[in-house]
Design a protein around this ligand. Structure first.
Ligand code: GLU
Ligand code: MG
Length: 409
């Protein structure tokens, strides 16, 4: 499978490119144009409508201040172009920016929101964010496979699908890290190497779309729902983050600090935990998100920073490197209280803004936990400053009453 260049194709008049935006509900929406018009569309975009931002994931339209008024442009970005060749057909789509007719980024464009969070971080501390999204999904068709958590049979059953997906991820310009049969029924996980800035969230959207397309190609149906069965495990989205200085040296690690957290990482992590009750409305935005965020599902259940703990909202990940410079480069923290009901750009923006708040307030690094917090009594939790994550969409009210976080957006 080779990646066709968009200009070379012979039937550019009949082929369509889908100009796409990942909306507030994490859905990829947009409009298609003939491939032969690409040059023009790169400059002029496609017409788009403000009220589209209020379409929810069930196609209902929330209360809208825009009504039937106004016009916007979806401007395709060459950097977000994907041509997924499935042999007898190719799916072309391009992630796009929503701009005003005057050519300014629109306030509700999720890519623009992330760009502004990243530039806040860079202005504040001189670092650029590197991140990688680990995404879990389930195939809906029942194969009657049981006992296949991390199983080879469970993997082999869908080896062709996994191999097509990895090939598509390569062709889209990303570096696949691994793919596996996860613990849950029909559950798989796909991981790629980190990317810088907005491209990391673009990659998360693109890989989700490629997963759905690849599943369809193989006669399957993939779901990224936060949880399918409350009696089982959920599908998480884990965001791994690290920082680079202007000279590309890593800024996340400091061998002389507890748990290796640089002062920057410590303050960033503390900001995330301090504002977690508000930002979780963005990173886990659906009603079912809160069935996943419960103890003993290896998701996240408390507002803690865990040291190598897979139930913490924020985790210091293990490092396998041995050389000091490699350790510093590999060291990263992982936000686990997110799922695929969230737009990756918005989720990352929310976490970055909360982290920036921590840096601005000069918060001290949180003390990492290395234990099962669900075993602590209510008073022990309170004494140590831990709270259970919300058990319903109640964080919407925390978000609404958090002036600082709201102002970030
Ligand atoms: N399925 C778990 C979640 O919902 C994650 C399991 C793991 O990869 O640690 O986040
Ligand atoms: Mg996993």
């Amino acid at each position: 499978m080779s990646k066709p260049t968009m200009v070379e194709d012979k039937n550019a008049k009949s082929q369509l490119i889908f100009a796409a935006t990942c909306d507030l509900a994490g859905k990829v929406r947009g409009k298609a144009f003939p491939k032969s018009d690409l040059e023009r569309r790169l400059k002029r975009g496609m017409g788009w409508v403000p009220t589209n931002v209020q379409i929810n994931c069930f196609d209902g339209i929330g209360e809208t201040p825009f009504g039937a008024l106004g016009d916007l442009l979806l401007i395709p970005d060459q950097g977000g172009a994907v041509s997924a060749d499935f042999g007898s057909y190719t799916e072309h789509f391009m992630l796009s920016d929503i701009m005003t007719l005057e050519g300014e980024p629109w306030d509700f464009c999720t890519r623009a929101i992330l760009k502004s969070a990243l530039s806040r971080l860079e202005h504040l501390s001189g670092v650029r964010l590197i991140s990688a999204f680990e995404q879990e999904f389930q195939l809906k068709r029942e194969l009657g496979l049981i006992g296949e958590g991390f199983g080879r049979s469970g993997f082999e059953m869908h080896r062709p699908l996994c191999e097509t997906l990895i090939e598509q991820i390569h062709a889209a310009g990303f570096s696949p890290d691994s793919i596996m049969k996860e613990y849950g029924p029909n559950q798989y996980e796909v991981v790629i190497a980190p990317e810088e800035g907005v491209r990391a969230a673009d990659a998360a959207v693109i890989i989700k779309e490629l997963t759905r397309s690849t599943a369809r190609f193989h006669g399957e149906d993939a779901t990224f729902t936060p949880i399918r069965d409350p009696a089982s495990v959920g599908n998480g989205v884990h965001m791994h983050m690290s920082f680079l200085n202007a000279d590309n040296s890593p800024a996340t690690y400091d061998a002389d600090k507890p748990y290796g957290m640089s002062d920057l990482t410590g303050a960033f992590a503390a900001g995330i935990l301090k504002y977690l009750d508000a930002i979780i409305a963005i990173t886990a935005p659906s009603v079912v998100s809160y069935l996943r965020l419960t103890p003993h599902r290896w998701s996240a259940a408390f507002n803690n920073l865990g040291f190598r703990d897979r139930e913490a909202s924020l985790r210091i990940c293990p490092v396998t490197a041995k050389e000091p410079t490699d350790i510093a480069r590999q060291y990263n923290i992982e936000y686990r209280a997110a799922d695929a009901a969230a737009c990756p750009h918005l989720a990352l923006a929310a976490v970055v803004h909360a982290g920036c708040q921590g840096i601005e307030e000069g918060l001290p690094a949180p003390t990492p936990t290395e234990e099962d917090l669900s075993l602590l009594s209510a008073s022990e939790l309170t004494d140590r400053g831990f709270v259970r994550l919300p058990e319903s969409l109640e964080p919407l009210s925390a978000f609404k009453s958090s002036g600082l976080i709201q102002a970030s957006f």
